[in-house]
Design a protein around this ligand. Sequence first.
Ligand SMILES: Nc1ncnc2c1ncn2[C@@H]1O[C@H](COP(=O)(O)OP(=O)(O)OP(=O)(O)O)[C@@H](O)[C@H]1O
Length: 288
Amino acid sequence: MAELTKELSQVKGDKPADPGKDVRVHPNPEPPGKRPLDVPTGTPTVIVDDLHIVYRVYGAASDSEKGNAVNALTRLLKRQGRPQMKEVHAVKGVTFVAYHGDAIGIVGRNGSGKSTLLRAIAGLLPPHEGAVYTDGQPSLLGVNAALMRELTGERNIVLGCYAMGMTPNEVKEKYQEIVDFSGIDEFVQLPMSTYSSGMGARLRFAISSAKTHDVLLIDEALATGDREFRKKSEERIRQIRESAGTVFLVAHDLRVIEETCNRVIWLHKGKIKMDGDPKEVISAYNKG
Ligand SMILES: Nc1ncnc2c1ncn2[C@@H]1O[C@H](COP(=O)(O)OP(=O)(O)OP(=O)(O)O)[C@@H](O)[C@H]1O
């Protein structure tokens, strides 16, 4: 594992991975050709090693410290500062390895740390402890292609593609495909502020998935589309996997996860409760 982690780029971390640590590895893939899509190719793309993410909320006061005149005066007399910082330990020692060709669904109740984990893999949140190593650039859907409400769909497509590193020729080639995939039709000429939330989400997905990603992180984007769009998105995710990318998908709709993913991680209160076959994990999650 130590050699493996050395080869991959470390996204962020206070301390390097402990080579002696027992890192959970997804079961060894079968030989290629047996189950081409359900089996990853065996090369790790993301290693999450004993990851802890802590949010610091400044000025967060407990009920007894809440801002009223009496409390403010008491603090003044006791020469105390503002109410103290509060820490939210959102991800607590998560460890796993993702491979080329993996589509990993992340399930868990509200507040279990799913979005936080995706943001940490994308390198947007620094680990408090532990580390994330990635092979290639992870792209978090909707952030890397941050769209601007006051600009038309057309301008957003062009800017979003440039933001993902496409050349002007690639943008020209992809433009119509993105419009068609998103299904926003003539709305492409209007500012995004006139779009429904579903239309906005579809356009974001169409832009972000127009490029081949090494690691694509999708947070709930498919939930807003209708049935037809969901089918198209699932097909697009299959293509990304076929081109040996890795997809992470957070969705509350467990059907989407079961139909799209070859592996599911169940997060509970910031920790991995289960990691494995989608049917088994979802069945346990539904019971638990
Ligand atoms: N910016 C933030 N500042 C402070 N605490 C946060 C912040 N974002 C999330 N949290 C807290 O971190 C924990 C995990 O939140 P997170 O959004 O990752 O959960 P989730 O599983 O994605 O939830 P949901 O299913 O509701 O989207 C929660 O306790 C949440 O309140």
